[in-house]
Design a protein around this ligand. Structure first.
Ligand SMILES: NC(=O)c1ccc[n+]([C@@H]2O[C@H](COP(=O)([O-])OP(=O)(O)OC[C@H]3O[C@@H](n4cnc5c(N)ncnc54)[C@H](OP(=O)(O)O)[C@@H]3O)[C@@H](O)[C@H]2O)c1
Length: 335
Protein backbone atom coordinates (compact mmCIF):
# COMPACT_ATOMS: atom_id res chain seq x y z
CA UNK A 1 0.00 0.00 0.00
CA UNK A 2 1.32 3.45 -0.84
CA UNK A 3 0.75 5.65 2.20
CA UNK A 4 2.34 8.69 0.54
CA UNK A 5 0.26 11.80 1.28
CA UNK A 6 -2.50 9.56 2.65
CA UNK A 7 -1.50 9.13 6.27
CA UNK A 8 -3.79 10.80 8.72
CA UNK A 9 -2.76 10.21 12.31
CA UNK A 10 -5.30 8.44 14.49
CA UNK A 11 -7.35 10.87 16.56
CA UNK A 12 -7.24 8.43 19.49
CA UNK A 13 -3.42 8.24 19.72
CA UNK A 14 -3.24 10.10 23.04
CA UNK A 15 -6.39 8.60 24.54
CA UNK A 16 -6.30 7.18 28.04
CA UNK A 17 -4.89 3.64 28.07
CA UNK A 18 -3.17 3.90 24.67
CA UNK A 19 0.33 4.73 25.97
CA UNK A 20 1.83 5.73 29.30
CA UNK A 21 4.43 8.49 29.47
CA UNK A 22 7.16 8.66 32.10
CA UNK A 23 9.09 11.75 33.13
CA UNK A 24 12.67 11.57 31.88
CA UNK A 25 14.86 12.10 34.95
CA UNK A 26 14.62 15.59 36.41
CA UNK A 27 13.40 17.22 33.20
CA UNK A 28 10.23 18.55 31.68
CA UNK A 29 10.19 15.81 29.03
CA UNK A 30 7.97 12.77 29.24
CA UNK A 31 8.79 9.80 27.04
CA UNK A 32 6.48 6.99 25.99
CA UNK A 33 7.11 3.75 27.89
CA UNK A 34 7.82 2.21 24.49
CA UNK A 35 10.01 3.91 21.88
CA UNK A 36 10.60 2.68 18.34
CA UNK A 37 14.17 1.79 17.35
CA UNK A 38 15.54 1.89 13.80
CA UNK A 39 18.76 -0.09 14.21
CA UNK A 40 18.10 -3.03 11.97
CA UNK A 41 14.63 -3.26 10.38
CA UNK A 42 14.29 0.10 8.59
CA UNK A 43 17.30 0.06 6.28
CA UNK A 44 17.73 0.31 2.54
CA UNK A 45 17.45 -3.48 2.34
CA UNK A 46 13.97 -3.39 3.88
CA UNK A 47 10.72 -2.75 2.04
CA UNK A 48 9.82 0.93 2.47
CA UNK A 49 6.09 0.26 2.83
CA UNK A 50 6.82 -2.14 5.71
CA UNK A 51 8.82 0.55 7.49
CA UNK A 52 6.04 3.06 6.96
CA UNK A 53 3.43 0.61 8.25
CA UNK A 54 5.43 0.21 11.48
CA UNK A 55 6.02 3.94 11.85
CA UNK A 56 2.37 4.85 11.35
CA UNK A 57 1.20 2.06 13.66
CA UNK A 58 3.62 3.29 16.32
CA UNK A 59 2.53 6.92 16.06
CA UNK A 60 -1.14 5.94 16.04
CA UNK A 61 -0.55 4.11 19.33
CA UNK A 62 1.09 6.94 21.20
CA UNK A 63 4.76 6.20 20.43
CA UNK A 64 6.34 9.62 20.16
CA UNK A 65 10.03 8.71 20.47
CA UNK A 66 11.99 7.41 17.47
CA UNK A 67 15.52 6.19 18.06
CA UNK A 68 18.07 6.41 15.26
CA UNK A 69 21.83 6.54 14.75
CA UNK A 70 24.10 7.52 11.88
CA UNK A 71 24.98 3.92 11.05
CA UNK A 72 21.59 2.20 11.36
CA UNK A 73 20.55 0.32 8.25
CA UNK A 74 21.90 -1.66 6.57
CA UNK A 75 23.63 -0.05 4.78
CA UNK A 76 24.92 2.63 7.16
CA UNK A 77 22.85 5.81 6.96
CA UNK A 78 19.91 4.17 5.23
CA UNK A 79 17.62 3.97 8.28
CA UNK A 80 17.93 7.75 8.60
CA UNK A 81 17.13 8.05 4.89
CA UNK A 82 14.05 5.86 5.34
CA UNK A 83 13.03 7.98 8.32
CA UNK A 84 13.62 11.18 6.31
CA UNK A 85 11.38 9.98 3.52
CA UNK A 86 8.61 8.95 5.90
CA UNK A 87 8.96 12.21 7.80
CA UNK A 88 8.83 14.40 4.68
CA UNK A 89 5.90 12.58 3.15
CA UNK A 90 3.79 11.93 6.22
CA UNK A 91 4.98 13.37 9.52
CA UNK A 92 6.13 16.94 8.90
CA UNK A 93 2.94 18.30 10.43
CA UNK A 94 3.65 16.29 13.59
CA UNK A 95 7.26 17.41 14.17
CA UNK A 96 6.39 19.11 17.47
CA UNK A 97 4.85 15.86 18.76
CA UNK A 98 7.97 13.79 18.10
CA UNK A 99 11.20 13.11 19.98
CA UNK A 100 13.69 12.17 17.28
CA UNK A 101 17.12 11.00 18.30
CA UNK A 102 20.35 10.17 16.56
CA UNK A 103 23.84 9.17 17.61
CA UNK A 104 27.45 9.03 16.48
CA UNK A 105 30.43 7.08 17.75
CA UNK A 106 30.58 3.70 16.04
CA UNK A 107 31.94 2.95 12.55
CA UNK A 108 30.36 5.15 9.91
CA UNK A 109 32.73 6.10 7.11
CA UNK A 110 36.20 5.10 5.99
CA UNK A 111 39.39 6.68 7.23
CA UNK A 112 40.63 7.87 10.59
CA UNK A 113 37.68 10.20 11.36
CA UNK A 114 34.83 7.82 10.51
CA UNK A 115 34.43 6.28 13.96
CA UNK A 116 34.97 7.22 17.59
CA UNK A 117 33.86 10.12 19.71
CA UNK A 118 36.01 12.99 18.48
CA UNK A 119 34.65 16.49 17.90
CA UNK A 120 35.26 15.98 14.18
CA UNK A 121 33.20 12.79 14.14
CA UNK A 122 30.29 14.01 16.24
CA UNK A 123 29.72 17.34 14.54
CA UNK A 124 30.28 16.11 10.98
CA UNK A 125 28.09 13.10 11.56
CA UNK A 126 25.22 15.08 13.08
CA UNK A 127 25.23 17.46 10.10
CA UNK A 128 24.96 14.47 7.76
CA UNK A 129 22.23 12.84 9.88
CA UNK A 130 20.13 16.01 9.75
CA UNK A 131 20.44 16.04 5.98
CA UNK A 132 19.42 12.40 5.65
CA UNK A 133 16.43 12.86 7.96
CA UNK A 134 15.38 16.21 6.41
CA UNK A 135 15.45 17.85 9.83
CA UNK A 136 16.78 21.17 11.16
CA UNK A 137 17.41 19.70 14.60
CA UNK A 138 17.12 16.46 16.54
CA UNK A 139 15.56 16.31 19.98
CA UNK A 140 18.30 14.18 21.52
CA UNK A 141 21.81 13.72 20.18
CA UNK A 142 23.74 10.87 21.78
CA UNK A 143 27.40 10.17 22.09
CA UNK A 144 26.96 6.53 21.06
CA UNK A 145 29.87 5.21 23.10
CA UNK A 146 32.90 5.97 25.16
CA UNK A 147 35.58 5.08 22.63
CA UNK A 148 38.46 4.55 25.03
CA UNK A 149 40.81 7.12 23.50
CA UNK A 150 39.12 10.48 22.90
CA UNK A 151 39.40 12.64 26.04
CA UNK A 152 35.99 12.96 27.71
CA UNK A 153 36.39 16.78 27.62
CA UNK A 154 36.61 16.77 23.82
CA UNK A 155 33.50 14.63 23.37
CA UNK A 156 31.50 16.54 25.95
CA UNK A 157 32.52 19.96 24.65
CA UNK A 158 31.32 18.85 21.21
CA UNK A 159 27.94 17.98 22.80
CA UNK A 160 27.81 21.37 24.54
CA UNK A 161 28.54 23.15 21.26
CA UNK A 162 25.95 21.06 19.42
CA UNK A 163 23.24 22.11 21.88
CA UNK A 164 24.35 25.75 21.69
CA UNK A 165 24.22 25.57 17.87
CA UNK A 166 20.55 24.58 18.08
CA UNK A 167 21.10 21.31 16.20
CA UNK A 168 20.02 19.26 19.22
CA UNK A 169 17.69 20.24 22.05
CA UNK A 170 19.15 17.73 24.51
CA UNK A 171 22.10 15.37 24.70
CA UNK A 172 22.36 11.80 25.88
CA UNK A 173 25.06 9.21 26.48
CA UNK A 174 25.14 5.55 25.57
CA UNK A 175 27.54 2.68 26.25
CA UNK A 176 29.71 4.49 28.80
CA UNK A 177 31.40 2.69 31.70
CA UNK A 178 30.03 4.03 35.00
CA UNK A 179 33.18 6.00 35.90
CA UNK A 180 33.32 7.69 32.50
CA UNK A 181 29.61 8.42 32.68
CA UNK A 182 30.18 10.18 36.00
CA UNK A 183 32.98 12.29 34.49
CA UNK A 184 30.90 13.12 31.42
CA UNK A 185 27.89 14.21 33.44
CA UNK A 186 30.04 16.45 35.65
CA UNK A 187 31.54 18.17 32.59
CA UNK A 188 28.15 18.78 31.00
CA UNK A 189 26.46 19.95 34.20
CA UNK A 190 29.27 22.44 34.81
CA UNK A 191 28.41 24.00 31.44
CA UNK A 192 24.65 24.04 32.02
CA UNK A 193 23.97 21.40 29.39
CA UNK A 194 22.36 18.80 31.58
CA UNK A 195 22.42 15.37 29.95
CA UNK A 196 18.82 14.23 29.56
CA UNK A 197 19.19 10.50 29.31
CA UNK A 198 21.40 7.42 29.28
CA UNK A 199 20.79 4.60 26.81
CA UNK A 200 21.91 1.12 27.80
CA UNK A 201 21.23 -2.50 26.99
CA UNK A 202 18.90 -4.00 29.59
CA UNK A 203 16.89 -7.18 29.47
CA UNK A 204 16.46 -10.40 31.45
CA UNK A 205 19.63 -11.86 29.95
CA UNK A 206 21.78 -8.70 30.09
CA UNK A 207 21.63 -7.05 33.50
CA UNK A 208 24.98 -5.22 33.74
CA UNK A 209 23.32 -1.81 34.15
CA UNK A 210 21.78 -2.97 37.42
CA UNK A 211 25.26 -2.77 39.00
CA UNK A 212 25.70 0.99 38.70
CA UNK A 213 24.06 2.74 35.75
CA UNK A 214 20.42 2.66 36.87
CA UNK A 215 21.30 4.13 40.27
CA UNK A 216 23.70 6.64 38.73
CA UNK A 217 21.02 7.91 36.37
CA UNK A 218 18.62 8.33 39.22
CA UNK A 219 21.21 10.15 41.34
CA UNK A 220 22.15 12.47 38.47
CA UNK A 221 18.54 13.19 37.49
CA UNK A 222 18.90 11.49 34.11
CA UNK A 223 16.35 9.27 32.42
CA UNK A 224 17.30 5.75 31.37
CA UNK A 225 16.18 4.17 28.12
CA UNK A 226 16.67 0.44 27.71
CA UNK A 227 17.54 -1.08 24.36
CA UNK A 228 17.08 -4.67 23.15
CA UNK A 229 14.32 -5.58 25.64
CA UNK A 230 13.87 -8.99 24.03
CA UNK A 231 17.62 -9.40 23.42
CA UNK A 232 17.25 -9.32 19.64
CA UNK A 233 14.50 -11.94 19.69
CA UNK A 234 15.97 -14.43 22.16
CA UNK A 235 13.34 -13.48 24.73
CA UNK A 236 10.43 -14.35 22.47
CA UNK A 237 8.84 -17.65 21.58
CA UNK A 238 10.73 -17.95 18.31
CA UNK A 239 13.76 -19.99 19.41
CA UNK A 240 11.95 -22.47 21.67
CA UNK A 241 11.83 -25.14 18.97
CA UNK A 242 14.64 -24.40 16.54
CA UNK A 243 15.81 -21.42 14.53
CA UNK A 244 13.22 -19.98 12.11
CA UNK A 245 14.58 -19.21 8.63
CA UNK A 246 13.60 -15.53 8.73
CA UNK A 247 15.03 -14.84 12.19
CA UNK A 248 18.05 -12.69 13.04
CA UNK A 249 19.91 -15.76 14.25
CA UNK A 250 19.34 -17.59 10.94
CA UNK A 251 20.41 -14.53 8.96
CA UNK A 252 23.42 -13.94 11.21
CA UNK A 253 22.29 -10.38 11.96
CA UNK A 254 24.29 -9.59 15.10
CA UNK A 255 22.76 -12.65 16.76
CA UNK A 256 24.71 -15.81 16.06
CA UNK A 257 22.99 -19.18 15.88
CA UNK A 258 25.88 -20.53 17.99
CA UNK A 259 24.56 -18.43 20.88
CA UNK A 260 21.37 -20.50 20.97
CA UNK A 261 22.69 -23.35 23.07
CA UNK A 262 20.53 -26.16 24.56
CA UNK A 263 21.12 -24.62 28.04
CA UNK A 264 19.80 -21.27 26.84
CA UNK A 265 16.76 -22.88 25.20
CA UNK A 266 15.97 -24.68 28.51
CA UNK A 267 16.07 -21.33 30.27
CA UNK A 268 13.88 -19.68 27.63
CA UNK A 269 11.35 -22.52 27.89
CA UNK A 270 11.16 -22.08 31.66
CA UNK A 271 10.69 -18.32 31.24
CA UNK A 272 8.05 -18.98 28.63
CA UNK A 273 6.13 -21.11 31.14
CA UNK A 274 6.12 -18.20 33.59
CA UNK A 275 4.86 -15.94 30.80
CA UNK A 276 2.11 -18.43 29.95
CA UNK A 277 1.02 -18.51 33.59
CA UNK A 278 0.76 -14.73 33.46
CA UNK A 279 -1.30 -15.00 30.26
CA UNK A 280 1.43 -13.26 28.24
CA UNK A 281 3.82 -14.03 25.41
CA UNK A 282 7.47 -14.23 26.39
CA UNK A 283 8.15 -10.97 24.51
CA UNK A 284 5.42 -9.20 26.48
CA UNK A 285 6.71 -10.49 29.79
CA UNK A 286 10.31 -9.60 28.94
CA UNK A 287 9.31 -6.07 27.97
CA UNK A 288 7.15 -5.63 31.07
CA UNK A 289 10.04 -6.96 33.19
CA UNK A 290 12.26 -4.09 31.97
CA UNK A 291 9.52 -1.55 32.58
CA UNK A 292 9.01 -2.80 36.15
CA UNK A 293 12.02 -0.69 37.21
CA UNK A 294 11.05 2.88 38.08
CA UNK A 295 14.49 4.10 36.90
CA UNK A 296 13.59 3.04 33.34
CA UNK A 297 11.92 5.82 31.39
CA UNK A 298 11.34 3.94 28.14
CA UNK A 299 12.18 0.68 26.39
CA UNK A 300 13.29 0.84 22.77
CA UNK A 301 11.80 -2.00 20.79
CA UNK A 302 13.10 -3.07 17.38
CA UNK A 303 10.23 -5.01 15.74
CA UNK A 304 10.68 -6.48 12.28
CA UNK A 305 6.93 -6.59 11.65
CA UNK A 306 3.80 -4.76 12.75
CA UNK A 307 2.62 -7.99 14.39
CA UNK A 308 5.74 -8.09 16.56
CA UNK A 309 5.13 -4.49 17.56
CA UNK A 310 1.50 -5.23 18.43
CA UNK A 311 2.65 -8.15 20.57
CA UNK A 312 5.30 -6.13 22.41
CA UNK A 313 2.94 -3.22 23.02
CA UNK A 314 0.67 -5.53 25.02
CA UNK A 315 3.37 -5.33 27.71
CA UNK A 316 1.88 -1.95 28.60
CA UNK A 317 -1.16 -3.72 30.04
CA UNK A 318 0.80 -6.44 31.86
CA UNK A 319 -0.01 -7.16 35.48
CA UNK A 320 2.65 -6.07 38.02
CA UNK A 321 5.10 -8.83 38.93
CA UNK A 322 4.50 -10.54 42.26
CA UNK A 323 7.47 -11.15 44.56
CA UNK A 324 7.10 -14.87 43.88
CA UNK A 325 7.30 -14.31 40.11
CA UNK A 326 10.41 -12.14 40.47
CA UNK A 327 12.05 -14.83 42.64
CA UNK A 328 11.14 -17.54 40.15
CA UNK A 329 12.47 -15.54 37.20
CA UNK A 330 15.73 -14.84 39.07
CA UNK A 331 16.04 -18.51 39.91
CA UNK A 332 15.55 -19.51 36.25
CA UNK A 333 18.06 -16.91 35.07
CA UNK A 334 20.64 -18.15 37.59
CA UNK A 335 20.42 -21.78 36.35
N1 LIG B 1 22.68 2.47 21.91
C1 LIG B 1 23.04 1.36 21.35
O1 LIG B 1 24.22 1.03 21.27
C2 LIG B 1 21.98 0.45 20.78
C3 LIG B 1 22.33 -0.87 20.44
C4 LIG B 1 21.31 -1.71 19.94
C5 LIG B 1 20.01 -1.20 19.80
N2 LIG B 1 19.74 0.10 20.12
C6 LIG B 1 18.38 0.65 19.91
O2 LIG B 1 17.41 -0.25 20.44
C7 LIG B 1 16.52 -0.65 19.41
C8 LIG B 1 16.05 -2.05 19.67
O3 LIG B 1 17.15 -2.96 19.64
P1 LIG B 1 16.95 -4.43 19.14
O4 LIG B 1 16.59 -4.41 17.71
O5 LIG B 1 18.10 -5.23 19.59
O6 LIG B 1 15.62 -4.78 20.00
P2 LIG B 1 14.81 -6.08 20.30
O7 LIG B 1 13.38 -5.63 20.28
O8 LIG B 1 15.36 -6.72 21.53
O9 LIG B 1 15.09 -7.08 19.08
C9 LIG B 1 14.47 -6.93 17.83
C10 LIG B 1 14.32 -8.28 17.18
O10 LIG B 1 13.64 -9.15 18.07
C11 LIG B 1 12.61 -9.85 17.43
N3 LIG B 1 11.35 -9.39 18.03
C12 LIG B 1 11.07 -8.18 18.57
N4 LIG B 1 9.83 -8.17 19.09
C13 LIG B 1 9.32 -9.40 18.88
C14 LIG B 1 8.08 -10.00 19.20
N5 LIG B 1 7.13 -9.35 19.88
N6 LIG B 1 7.89 -11.29 18.83
C15 LIG B 1 8.84 -11.99 18.18
N7 LIG B 1 10.03 -11.45 17.84
C16 LIG B 1 10.27 -10.17 18.19
C17 LIG B 1 12.75 -9.58 15.95
O11 LIG B 1 13.65 -10.58 15.50
P3 LIG B 1 13.53 -11.30 14.07
O12 LIG B 1 14.04 -10.30 13.11
O13 LIG B 1 14.40 -12.50 14.24
O14 LIG B 1 12.07 -11.65 13.89
C18 LIG B 1 13.44 -8.24 15.91
O15 LIG B 1 14.21 -8.08 14.76
C19 LIG B 1 17.32 -0.46 18.13
O16 LIG B 1 16.49 -0.35 16.99
C20 LIG B 1 18.05 0.81 18.43
O17 LIG B 1 17.20 1.92 18.27
C21 LIG B 1 20.70 0.91 20.62
Amino acid sequence: MDYKKQYIASASRYDEGMMNYRTCGRSGIRLPEVSLGFWWNFGGVNVYEDSLAKMTYAFDHGITCFDLANNYGPPFGSAEETFGRMYSDNFRAHRHEMIITTKAGYNMWEGPYGAGSSRKMLITSLNESLERMHLDYVDIFYSHRYDGFTPIEETMQALVDIVRSGKALYVGLSNYPADKLTEAVAYLNARDVRPLIYQGKYNMLTRDVEKAHLQLCQDKGMGFTAFSPVNQGLLTGKYLNGIPADSRAALGHHLLSSMITPELVDKLRALNSVAEQRGESLAQMATAWVLRRPEVTSVIIGPRTVEQMMDSLCALNAAPFSDDEICLINEILAR
